[in-house]
Design a protein around this ligand. Structure first.
Ligand code: BMA
Length: 330
């Protein structure tokens, strides 16, 4: 292993070896999807969800759209990271200000362990989409903090530690609708309430140099710290005659100044090719929201939403992704 993940070992994370003769950098779990659309009694779809190691097993926060097509987030638990039990009732947040606790809609959660607790970020309706933040110690009680930004913004992704003494978040400023643009920005906060010192990280690619990421891009899972930089898996979108298509890419960001991009993939790392990624409520979407990693082996498991309907699992390693970027530089 040439490139090292800086983090904890996780020998019980889900894993399958790369199939013999397979040449792509990311390979799918052979029994995908791992979570179907009816994982809870009222769910129409379960996708774009986040998982994390918890008490020797796994916990997560899941986007379950209901049969009335309302969007909310639900806690769930798993022994093996593959078979999940998701609560039937959405997360009820506690917090200081009722104005902020008021629910319009909630979707696309991320979960990040920082210092002593698990932080949840999600796309939170507050007169338009913005980034909600909450924390939990036990995935039972959740305390909601202030929204990070003014509307409109989506895909708020925390870094797992302070950088230069500040909490740090990637996000994608957006609009009220299905946003036909979008670049990734970096924001800093001393206290997780006041965010500023915003920096541009990277944007869409013009022309046909890498057209799969020509319409909008947005951060995905919590960045993975490696010796060479922060490994960021992200989504990239192209607008086609059949609408948006969501693929996955990888980039490597500077450890101390994460708005500086060291490497970025020209070729996507995963794209909607399997039926459950191409057919569903929104066709042709692979949307990554979480990873599990093992620092001892460099293994990475990616959790991603498939066609806005079900949840998939795929595997790669830190070497695979860094070699992919080095061999296909943008
Ligand atoms: C985005 C979000 C995601 C969704 C994607 C594709 O704007 O709504 O949750 O996966 O569109 O429909």
């Amino acid at each position: 292993m040439a490139n090292k993940i800086i983090g904890n070992p996780l020998p019980n994370m889900p894993w399958q070896e790369k199939p013999e003769g397979y040449t792509e950098p990311v390979w799918r779990y052979d029994s995908n999807p791992i979570i179907g659309r009816h994982a809870t009694k009222r769910s129409n779809s379960v996708f774009n969800s986040a998982v994390i190691p918890f008490e020797g097993k796994f916990a997560g926060v899941f986007r379950c759209d209901s049969k009335s097509i309302s969007m909310d987030i639900f806690a769930g638990f798993s022994e093996d990271g593959i078979h999940w039990t998701i609560n039937e009732t959405p997360i009820q947040f506690e917090g200081e200000d009722k104005e902020i606790l008021n629910r319009e809609y909630r979707y696309d959660p991320r979960v990040c362990f920082i210092e002593d607790r698990y932080y949840i970020t999600w796309c939170n309706g507050y007169h338009g989409p913005t980034i909600g933040i909450a924390y939990t110690f036990d995935f039972k009680k959740f305390y909601q903090l202030e929204n990070a930004f003014l509307p409109y913004n989506r895909n708020g992704v925390l870094f797992p530690r302070k950088i230069n003494g500040m909490y740090a978040m990637l996000s994608r400023p957006s609009d009220t609708g299905h946003t036909p643009f979008g670049d990734i920005f970096y924001s800093q906060s001393p206290d997780l309430t006041y965010w500023g010192r915003h920096r541009y990280v990277m944007g869409t690619v013009k022309g046909d140099a890498s057209a799969w990421q020509s319409t909008k891009i947005g951060p995905g899972p919590i960045p993975i710290e490696t010796e060479e930089g922060w490994l960021m898996i992200y989504h990239g979108v192209i607008n086609t005659c059949n609408g948006f298509v969501y693929r996955m890419g990888a980039a490597l960001l500077d450890l101390d100044q994460p708005w500086k991009v060291l490497l970025r993939s020209k070729d996507y790392i995963l794209a909607p090719h399997e039926l459950y990624e191409c057919i569903g409520d929104v066709p042709n979407v692979t949307f990554p929201c979480a990873t599990l990693t093992d620092a001892d082996t460099g293994r990475i498991a990616i959790y991603y939403g498939c066609a806005d309907t079900v949840t998939g699992l795929a595997f790669t390693t830190v070497d695979e992704l860094i070699n992919h970027m080095k061999n296909n530089p943008l």
